[in-house]
Ligand binder design. Structure first.
Ligand code: PLP
Ligand code: COI
Length: 346
């Protein structure tokens, strides 16, 4: 295996095995009754799926994203997978699918890792092994409604360091004309439809060399999400992050809040008006892929306003938070919150 870890980006790379597991059930008095089979590893990356499967016809699909890190001590650590399992259970409930039990989720991730150890990037390259758990409805249906059969799949892929070279800033542009998710819709679930719905806005921003900020769909006043990441801002020694029913509860944001509190910052979770950012000294997007992506500017084209943060380089608090979380993920600092599962390779 000859992979140049340092040139990998955040793109799919085929590994040896994926892990699959099937659920078969039926709906009885509004309740889904059935059983999960045993997870197994397979080299076949193609599904033999009915063309009328509910995932294809009605978007009955949810996914997750998490990483394993090769630590400074040579050990492999999977970061907070139990939280991804819980979030996928919430997404499953949200789309009337069979939730994947936490233990099954964990054993599928461990199996996917064990079968693909040669794709585990070495320490010091910035690359990690990303897992994409996927849950799809497989029952053929024409009538509008949920299926009763599901497939849980774990797709591993090594991914490159998000920051090749220096930790740097990104510019965001506000889009009031395309909503990602509605207040009481599916924004808090990690389901494929939310992403397809955001493509028009995110691709338009990319064409201008930027990323996109979504506001709340009801009033277009409050910040919801930064493309596929949560928003965070620093204001008077406080860590501000949006409270909204339409955003994904980010595991990175949750971890950063714990670390920010540790550093003496007050956590403020509230509706954040776009104009509130004018008093912020630092801002960033956060998520598994990048950990923290500092923001230098937010452009509001409708109002002709540009908000700037600092001097165009990552601010001191975002830099400290980024390093603190990465130190835990790479085993350079004590894992006092038990966020990492150390995996035995034998
Ligand atoms: N928001 C959206 C829409 C996302 O897709 C993601 C990425 O997973 C996040 C936020 C960040 O979540 P996490 O930190 O759990 O990766
Ligand atoms: C993240 O992991 O931070 C993301 O933005 C998820 C995306 C790749 C779907």
């Amino acid at each position: 295996m000859d992979i140049d870890w340092k040139t990998l980006g955040f793109q799919y790379m085929d590994t040896d095995y994926i892990v699959r597991c099937a659920f078969h059930g039926k709906w009885q008095n509004g309740e889904l009754v059935g059983e999960w089979g045993e997870p197994y590893a397979t080299k076949d990356k193609y599904l033999h799926l009915h063309v009328s499967a509910t995932c294809l016809q009605y978007g009955q699909e949810a996914f997750e994203g998490l990483k394993a890190f090769r630590g400074v001590d040579g050990k492999i650590r999977i970061f907070r997978w139990q939280e991804n399992a819980k979030r996928m259970q919430q997404s499953a409930i949200g789309l009337k699918m069979a939730p994947v039990p936490t233990e099954l989720f964990g054993s599928a991730i461990r199996l996917a890792l064990k079968k693909n150890l040669q794709f585990m990037p070495p320490y010091g390259t910035g690359a990690t092994l990303y897992f994409r758990p996927l849950l799809i409805g497989t029952t053929p249906r024409l009538g509008v409604g949920p299926g009763a059969d599901f497939e849980f799949i774990v797709i591993p892929s090594p991914v490159g360091p998000y920051y090749r070279g220096k930790f740097h800033c990104t510019t965001f542009i506000v889009n009031r004309h395309i909503d990602r998710a509605a207040q009481y819709g599916t924004g808090a679930f990690k389901v494929g439809g939310n992403y397809a719905a955001s493509f028009r806005a995110t691709e338009a921003a990319h064409l201008q060399g930027m990323d996109c900020i979504f506001l709340d769909s009801k009033s277009h006043t409050f910040i919801d999400e930064c493309s596929a990441a949560n928003f965070i801002g620093i204001r008077n020694g406080e860590y501000w992050t949006p409270k909204s029913l339409a955003i994904l509860p980010s595991i990175t944001n949750n971890s950063l809040m714990v670390l920010a509190k540790e550093m003496g910052l007050k956590i403020v979770r509230r509706h954040i008006r776009l104009r509130d950012v004018q008093d912020m000294t630092e801002a960033a997007a956060c998520g598994t892929a990048c950990v923290i992506s500092p923001i230098d500017k937010i452009i509001d084209p409708d109002k002709g306003t540009t908000y700037t943060f600092g001097d165009g380089t990552p601010g001191p608090i975002m830099t400290r938070l980024y390093q603190r979380l990465q130190d835990i993920q790479y085993g350079r600092a004590e894992d006092k919150y038990n966020w990492c599962e150390v995996v035995e390779e034998k």
